[in-house]
Design a protein around this ligand. Sequence first.
Ligand code: C2E
Ligand code: MG
Ligand code: MG
Ligand code: MG
Length: 261
Amino acid sequence: MEVSYFNRIRLRDDLTKSLERNEFFLDYQPIFDTLTRRPISVEALVRWQHPTDGVVGPNAFIATAESCDLIEELGAYVLYAACSEAMKWPVPLPVAVNISPKQLRSGRLPALIQECLLQTSFPAERLILEVTESVFLAETTRTLTQLAAIRARGVRLVLDDFGTGYSSLTYLRGFDVDGIKVDASFTRDIVQSQKVAAIVRTIARLACDMNVYVVAEGVETDEQLSWLEQNGIAFAQGYLLGRPQSPTKLQALLASYHSLG
Ligand code: C2E
Ligand code: MG
Ligand code: MG
Ligand code: MG
């Protein structure tokens, strides 16, 4: 995205103020079991209630927050908000939080997570961190050590947007994860393209052999969901099954499944 110099300055100033003014909030998008069609976990997605521009999505501001060192503060807000909110759910499903590679730069992430779990009384086993493959572009021993330390405490790690990085298989080899999220660009073509279908089937087989679970992102049609179910992709996320929604709506949704027993 092309953003002019002045727009970037304005965005940076706005972002700084918005952290002070608590203008960020989280929507929650459920992830479903493709067989039972029931929610198994929930992803927290950050939004910004901009004073004049309305609700702004993360693609418009995460990169700027990263480049002007606001991402650590924003990331801390997201982590605390997601864990506190998930404590109120009628069913104790895991909550997934997106982590920017830049949050691993200072070395403070393991301590932040530990502190957050302590303060919110949220169990480590219910927390999932989603990292994109770009986390490995700046691969340093320190990055991997931090992620391994976090995982050793029981927090799960998932590779987000899987298949879009430069060397997806290398990342899988060099690093232990609990799950992978197959990028929406694969899901989009899964029914029409035999090539894409073959790739996703192979990813699923590989993941199964490595004892890693698979989520398909961006599921928008019944045909896609049926394909995933028939090809043994255990989990699915997308507008077809549930949009990102407010905490209140999410709670109602979880309660409605819960009451089904
Ligand atoms: P992501 O983690 O891969 O999240 C999936 C994105 O796809 C979300 O966009 C979600 O709303 C959207 N999506 C879900 N289902 C569908 C579907 O069926 N069709 C389509 N077309 N889109 C779907 P969103 O909320 O705009 O987030 C975009 C990206 O911003 C996320 O991609 C994630 O990388 C980043 N992000 C979101 N929240 C945070 C956060 O708290 N911290 C950090 N560092 N990054 C975040
Ligand atoms: Mg994600
Ligand atoms: Mg993704
Ligand atoms: Mg994405």
